[in-house]
Design a protein around this ligand. Structure first.
Ligand SMILES: Nc1ncnc2c1ncn2[C@@H]1O[C@H](COP(=O)(O)OP(=O)(O)O)[C@@H](O)[C@H]1O
Ligand SMILES: [Mg+2]
Length: 454
């Protein structure tokens, strides 16, 4: 009998054992038929994906990190009750993967119950970890565009100043949250929580309690013993106030007091609590306009605006599109279990001429759709035809231009040309003026008119 056949019988076809093998990063490289049945998934859905994504409380990451086996724990999944073990695969002294297997056991006793509860507890611990931790680092923020790199470098420097408030401005999908997480992770606060609060999605009457907490009996329905707010929970860490422009002016005042005093008071509370939290706020609104109309408090604006980062929209850094595409494609290949390898230059050109109102988030969605289309066609190359739905948006853009007055249309055209020349000249104004065959002073005037980033 040959060894391959034996392994096949023991591993892949064995009905009494569910098993899988992961690589050094915890991605599933091989899985038995039995385990697929238990998971109720097909092979294509799991191969290449992180085991943690399929079963969040898997032990493989622990085993890969420690290099030590975990033997005989209870493993309950989709109503299957099993005893499982995970052992490291070691080659030349290095952990290169792990082998996890389980044997079916349908005993039900106290030991089991405890084990089950522990497994469940681990799952919740996982979830809490995710809630309180920032995932992204500066290495995850991609972009070679000069303006973008400047913003990124500045953010990197700012990270060290751990009490400085940061205001992130940029259209939706430009990466504000990514920056907030990277700043947190880069700072000495990274060992402490990172908490995000979206001021637009939390109802106004709950926001105060969410941020500052409440004491027992503060209002009907208040929990016994009260509840700490995000400022207390984030102690030592960072609070990310997303969509700060949507906060009511009343809450803005309360936030300002908290920032100035570095103290908060729980709702219904009678004494102030000191807090040590860095605030990073983000908005896609023009706060200056909002101040003008009375919707945003000027004093809070100045308090938040100590350090301000303006993240450029994707259409102003279209040179980064190829880089972003490749990165996103790799990630999506993993998630969608597709094998798209390339994107043609004509497709990239088309993406480069689109205006991306939804920025990188929109680029991710557009790529996902195109990759699914290509996958159905069984091709490994993304071409312009997979982006036809974008072409419609492009044409619509042009059509809406046609309805503008000649003056606006000319202005926009001029602006696009200058934008492009600036990018081609790597933001060197002398070179850009040469490309455009205009005086440097004319270029300066026009750039100023449009508030072009320096
Ligand atoms: N520079 C970048 N490099 C890689 N991915 C990015 C970048 N900027 C944004 N993304 C991705 O785009 C999506 C939207 O980013 P996010 O930070 O949520 O934007 P915002 O908070 O500005 O709406 C996320 O999936 C993020 O990972
Ligand atoms: Mg966001």
């Amino acid at each position: 009998m040959e060894i391959g056949r034996i392994l096949e019988a023991l591993f892949t076809e064995n009905q009494f054992m569910a098993a899988m093998i992961v690589d050094d990063r915890g991605r599933i490289v091989s899985i038995s038929e039995t385990y697929l049945n238990v998971l109720n998934l097909c092979r294509e859905e799991v191969i290449g994906r992180p085991a943690k994504e399929i079963t969040p409380h898997t032990r493989v990451m622990t085993v890969l990190e420690s290099g030590k086996a975990i033997v005989g724990y209870n493993w309950r999944i989709n109503d299957y009750n099993m005893i499982a073990s995970t052992i490291p695969i070691i080659q030349e002294g290095k952990v290169v993967g792990a082998f996890a297997y389980s044997v079916f056991m349908d005993i039900w006793n106290a030991q089991d119950t405890i084990e089950n509860l522990l497994t469940e507890l681990n799952m919740y611990k996982d979830e809490v970890d995710n809630l309180y931790k920032a995932k992204y680092n500066f290495e995850d923020i991609l972009g070679k565009n000069e303006v973008f790199k400047k913003v990124k470098n500045f953010a990197h420097q700012v990270a060290q100043h751990t009490i400085t408030t940061v205001l992130l401005c940029g259209e939706s999908g430009t990466g504000k949250e990514l920056f907030a997480q990277a700043i947190h992770n880069q700072s000495s606060r990274s060992r402490f929580p990172f908490l995000r609060i979206n001021c637009a999605t939390i109802p106004e009457n709950l926001l105060e309690a969410e941020l500052f907490g409440y004491e027992e009996g503060a209002f009907t329905g208040a929990k016994k013993g009260g509840k700490p707010g995000k400022f207390e929970l984030a102690s030592g860490g960072t609070i990310f106030l997303d969509e700060i422009g949507e906060m009511s002016t009343t809450m803005q005042s309360k936030l300002l007091v908290a920032l100035q005093e570095q103290e908060i008071e729980r709702l219904g509370g009678s004494h102030p609590i000191r807090v040590n939290v860095r605030v990073i706020a983000a908005t896609n609104r023009n706060l200056e306009d909002m101040i003008e109309s009375g919707a945003f408090r000027e004093d809070l604006y100045y308090r938040l605006n100590v350090v301000r980062l303006d993240i450029p929209p994707l259409r102003k850094r279209s040179g980064d599109i190829p880089l972003l595409c490749h990165h996103i494609m790799t990630r999506l290949n993993c998630r969608l279990a597709t094998g798209i390898k390339e994107i043609t230059s004509s497709a990239l050109e088309m993406l480069g001429s689109y205006s991306w109102p939804g920025n990188i988030r929109e680029l991710e969605n557009v790529l996902e759709r195109a990759m699914i289309l290509a996958d159905m066609e069984k091709t490994e190359i993304l071409d312009a035809r997979h982006f036809m739905f974008i072409k419609k948006r492009l044409d619509l853009n042009r059509a809406s231009h046609e309805k503008q007055s000649l003056k606006t249309a000319v202005r926009e055209f001029e602006r696009d040309l200058i934008d492009k020349a600036m990018q081609d000249a790597d933001y060197d104004r002398v070179k850009a003026a040469e490309l455009l065959e205009i005086d440097l002073s004319t270029l300066y005037r026009k750039l100023k008119k449009w508030d072009f980033p320096a």
